[in-house]
Structure formats: C-alpha cells, structure tokens
Design a protein around this ligand. Structure first.
Ligand SMILES: Cc1cc2nc3c(=O)[nH]c(=O)nc-3n(C[C@H](O)[C@H](O)[C@H](O)COP(=O)(O)OP(=O)(O)OC[C@H]3O[C@@H](n4cnc5c(N)ncnc54)[C@H](O)[C@@H]3O)c2cc1C
Length: 398
C-alpha cells in the first residue's frame, strides 16, 4: 500500500506542476467564455491525460484507475470542467478497452492516440436517463451495416468529439438485454448535433443532444457482442465513477483551502474568525469529510485495478459519497465566507454549481445508493461474520 501512495504522489506532483504552469491562468476564461478549450485538450493529449487507460502498445499512457483518479482530482481542484473533459473522454474509450477486439483497438484507440481525436459517451436519451433499459434508439441490420435511428441527450463533448460510443436496441423486445454498443464516427451522414446546453456548471465543456437519422454504421463497429450493451455500459461506468468521486474531492479541496484562508484573514470580535469555536467546528468537519471521501476514492480505484469482488460497491459508494460531500463542503465554505461567499466574483459559487452536477451525472446518487444496497445484500450471504449470523439465527420474534 505504501508503494502505491508513493507512486500516486509522483504522478500527483507532475500534474500539480503542470496545473500551476498551464491551467490556473485559464480557469476564469474557460468559465466566462464557456468555449471549449481546444488548446487544453492538446496539452492533455501530449501529457497522456487523455489516453490514461489506453495500453502503451496502442500508443496510450498505460495507466491504472488509480492514475485516472489522481489526475482528475488534481486538475479538478482548479477546474472541475477540465476534470470532466478527461473523465468523459475516458468513459467513451472504456467500452473499446474492455470489450473491443484487437482490430477495433488498433483502429479506434490508435486514432485517439495518434490523431488526438476525442470520443464521447452517448447513452442518455430524452426519455431514458436512469432507466437505461428503456432506451429507444434502434439499430436495424442491413447487410454489412446497421442503421441507427434515435436521439441522445446531454452528450458531453457533443460536437467536439470525433467518435461516440453509443447504445441502441438491436432487439427492442428484450429490454436492456436487447442493447448493443456501437462506435460511431461523428461525421457519419445523418448525425445532427443539437444546440449547446446552457448549464449551471462545468462551463466550457459542452453538452448537446445528438440526433441519429438513418446513420449507417458497419457491423465491425459493434463493440462486444450484440445484446451485450447493458453489460458494456455497466462495466464502463464502474470504472469511471470513482473518477467522479475524485473530481468531487478536487472541488471540495478547493473549497476547504479557500475557507481556511478566508477564516484566517477575516477578523470579527477582535480575532480571525478561524479562532472562533463555531467556525472551527465547520472547518474541522469539512477537512474530515474531504479526507474520508478521498480514502474511499482510492480504495475504489485499488479494488478496480485488482479486480476485487467488491469493486462495484466501492465504485458506486465513492461516487455518491464524494459528490454529496462536495455539495455540502462547498455550501459550508460559502457559510464561512459570509456575505462575501454570495458574490459571483468569488470562486465559491462556481465550486457549488459544479458540485451539484457531480451528484447527477454518470448515474444519479439515488441510483448509486440502489447499486450499493443491492451489492451489500448479495455480500451478506457470502461474507458476513459467523458471529453475527448466529446472533440472527438465534433471534426469536417476540
Ligand atoms: C452536465 C451533464 C453532463 C452529462 N453528460 C452525459 C454524457 O456525456 N453522456 C450521457 O449519456 N449522459 C450524460 N448526462 C446525463 C446524465 O447521466 C443523466 O442526467 C442522469 O443519468 C440522470 O438521468 P435523467 O436526467 O434522465 O434523470 P431521471 O432518470 O429522469 O431521474 C430524475 C430523478 O429521479 C430519480 N430516480 C430515477 N430513477 C430512480 C429510482 N429507481 N429510484 C430512486 N430515484 C430515482 C433520479 O435520481 C433523479 O433524482 C449528463 C448530464 C449532465 C447534467
């Protein structure tokens, strides 16, 4: 475990240096213009942050989920939007890494690494969000192609991606078991990118709808097997959700540091407010929450990197726990700032807006609690302690 912390800190230091040199000066501009930062994507590609999980043999960074979370946490401390750029692109890549065949890996992963092409992950539809099984996009077989018709919504990096990993029903009668994953080039005839959503947070990273009208995709672009799309989506999101946790930790760390610095500077009743017991309780709770959440993220990452049987549970827990934590910590930081926290010119309101989104995307926190509960119910059958089992066996209804 010590080796891991050591390795993580070397990467963390590298990212931190890059952030200070390149990122910090651009954060306000990204927020204010809401324009996609192409130059930053190029920096990220050159440093390997947009190929983190792609094996070296395809030209990628060859890293782990631990590396993914480390990079996202450090960057999100300064810009959660830039953290999202990395997360969603990696989410688009994951189906190919996990389920793609060798030819597809060489083609798509090679394209991403060599041509610095972005990939999006398009699963949500206007009428299908949490309920992935109710997806309406249809893929009909026609000779060597499939014809895709339907609409996706909230596609992050919509309009700036060159490829999309997307999901359509090849057998509509089979519900979620009728879903299939396709990689679709963004310039395929029949794809129409909708207007950019005017979001409350994550400014600078666009989300749009994508309409598919008779879009022809070769059969060879099916990732995994026909009907395996739900599994592909779940295995993908299992690995990207801890990165949402890491993004949330980054946001909360920023709020904590700002709150402590402000509390040391701001004087009331003849002393810094940081010396007032009521304020200290808030700051202490914030600090403990951030550290506890960070531990959960890296435990989830470790479990995923080592195929631990409880990885799904840890992944879901890290997502909902850290994003709820970030929401609370950013709101508490506004409280510490008092009236100054309510000014738009202060960074806290951005942190609060960004934190809210982390509770919603990549599966809402209600869904993550559902996944966690299902896992712990399964687990109790196998692993819970014999002592407690016996207690329950001997229990009588009185
Ligand atoms: C900024 C942003 C970026 C996004 N990027 C992408 C992207 O790149 N690709 C993509 O495919 N999607 C993306 N999304 C979509 C996102 O993943 C969905 O918004 C999310 O999964 C929720 O779906 P929904 O909005 O349809 O809400 P719904 O599923 O309609 O849920 C509405 C409410 O009902 C609750 N709810 C639903 N079902 C249950 C249940 N069984 N039990 C308890 N409560 C329940 C939810 O928790 C939520 O509070 C993005 C969203 C945002 C805001």
């Amino acid at each position: 475990m010590f080796d891991l912390i050591e390795a993580k800190s070397i990467l963390k230091e590298e990212v931190a240096k890059f952030v200070q040199e390149i990122v910090v000066d651009k954060v306000k501009e990204i927020e204010e213009t809401d324009e996609f930062p192409w130059y930053m994507a190029e920096h990220f590609f050159k440093r390997g942050y947009l190929t983190l999980l792609i094996p070296k043999k395809y030209g990628g960074f060859g890293g782990s989920i631990m590396d993914f979370c480390t990079v996202v946490e450090e960057i999100s401390k300064y810009s959660a939007s830039l953290g999202l750029l990395i997360i969603v692109h990696t989410t688009g890549i994951l189906p190919i890494i996990l389920f793609g065949n060798e030819k597809q890996k060489r083609l798509f992963l090679g394209d991403i690494c060599n041509n610095h092409h972005l990939i999006g992950f398009a699963i949500t539809e206007p009428k299908a969000g949490s309920d992935v099984g109710s997806i309406q996009m249809i893929a009909k077989s026609k000779g060597k192609n499939y014809i895709l018709n339907g609409k996706k919504s909230f596609v992050t990096n919509g309009g700036v991606s060159h490829l999309y990993s997307t999901f359509a029903k090849t057998n509509p009668r089979r519900g979620k078991r009728g879903l299939t994953t396709f990689v679709v080039p963004a310039d395929a005839d029949g794809i129409v990118v909708g207007k950019k959503d005017d979001k409350i947070g994550m400014r600078g990273i666009p989300s749009t709808s994508l309409s598919f009208k008779d879009v022809e995709v070769p059969n060879t672009n099916i990732i995994g097997r026909k009907g395996q799309g739900f599994l592909v989506a779940m295995e993908t999101l299992n690995r990207s959700r801890p990165a949402i946790g890491a993004q949330s930790v980054g946001i909360a760390e920023a709020a904590l540091e700002l709150a402590v610095l402000f509390a040391m500077k701001r004087r009331q009743f003849g002393k810094p407010i940081a010396k007032l017991e009521g304020m200290q309780f808030i700051l202490a709770d914030m600090a403990a929450s951030v550290d506890a959440a960070r531990s959960l993220v890296y435990k989830a990452a470790y479990y995923l990197d080592h195929n631990h049987p409880n990885a799904t549970k840890l992944s879901a827990m890290s997502k909902f726990f850290c994003s709820d934590m970030a929401m609370k910590v950013t709101v508490d930081a506004v409280q510490v700032f008092g009236g100054y926290g309510c000014l738009k010119s202060r960074p806290l309101e951005r942190l609060m807006r960004d934190a809210k989104i982390t509770q919603i995307y990549e599966g809402t926190n209600q869904i993550q609690r559902f996944v966690t509960a299902e896992q712990i119910i399964k687990e109790h059958l196998k692993t819970y302690d014999r002592y407690f089992r016996k207690e329950l066996e001997e229990m009588e209804w009185e």
